[in-house]
Design a protein around this ligand. Structure first.
Ligand code: DGL
Length: 268
């Protein structure tokens, strides 16, 4: 394991690709292995035990591939399993939760923050805890958005069904006077456009991936693992379920960087 070893990145499906997009902008020289656990998507309605089983299998896959660090590109795992798994592997691991909470406190002026996330993330109350740990006076309003992930995974990113769900999930948060809306599930930046149109200019959207990648950079520097070799980066994509939908939606976001998608860990 060294500077040129890949970073392991995982999510339940295409959501973590929004984190990859930020990685490509800010750390374009890094090699990575992406794993989309789409045989088990959505993660949002799974129990803590199920999520733990998935995480351990994926981390063992990454361990066998000798990754130098793991990016938990999933709000659900960052909130539910990462706190327990942190420190149990020889590679550093980083989630999106802390960066998301930090960004929210940097953006909000009226100290009223909305968080859209999966059921499991909302039930964990992790966002409320993290935000209040930074600024105790903040009020946090969390909303579980069950319908978003299945729509995004099947490539539905706009239209009536999306607009209807956006209205249903976001209206109660706007009624609470939020000025900041955290996309607390990594799938949701796929819906930035309809969300922006609905909330208008008075509410700012926070995509935790930008600050997360800054944190990842720091982590790599601290561990002397930043890849500055300047060689053409290697990027590999794996899924546990059907490769085709991942390939199609992935290409919408990352273009032809998503070339080959291989199926592994089917009995995850
Ligand atoms: N994208 C993941 C998250 O950030 C998982 C969503 C899901 O599969 O429900 O929470």
């Amino acid at each position: 394991m060294g500077k040129e070893s890949p970073i392991g990145i995982f999510d339940s499906g295409v959501g973590g690709l929004t984190v990859v997009k930020s990685l490509l902008e800010r750390l374009p020289g890094e090699n990575f292995i992406y794993f989309g656990d789409n045989a088990n998507v959505p993660y949002g309605n799974k129990t803590q035990e199920q999520l733990m089983t998935y995480a351990v299998n994926i981390l063992n896959f990454f361990k066998a591939r000798e990754v130098k660090a793991v990016m938990v590109a999933c709000g659900t795992h960052s909130s539910v399993t990462l706190p327990q798994l942190q420190g149990h592997y020889h590679f550093p691991m980083l989630g999106v939760l802390k960066a998301g909470a930090r960004s929210a406190t940097q953006v909000s002026k009226n100290h009223r923050v909305g968080v859209l996330a999966t059921e499991a993330t909302v039930n964990s109350r992790a966002y409320t805890r993290e935000i209040k740990a930074i600024k105790a006076e903040y009020q946090v309003f969390e909303m579980a958005c069950q319908r978003f992930v299945p729509l995004i995974e099947s490539g539905v990113l706009s239209g009536e069904e999306i607009n209807h769900a956006v209205r249903e999930y976001v209206t109660p948060l706007l009624d609470n006077g939020i000025d900041t809306l955290v996309l607390g599930c990594t799938h949701y930046p796929f819906l930035s456009q309809p969300l922006k149109e609905f909330v208008g200019r008075d509410v700012e959207l926070v995509d935790p991936s930008l600050e997360t990648i800054e944190e990842l950079k720091e982590l790599l520097i601290q561990n002397d693992l930043l890849n500055n070799a300047g060689r053409e980066p290697r990027r590999e994509f794996y899924v546990s379920g059907h490769p085709e939908p991942f390939f199609n939606v992935g290409r919408l976001l990352l273009g032809d960087m998503v070339r080959k998608v291989k199926r592994v860990l089917e009995k995850n």
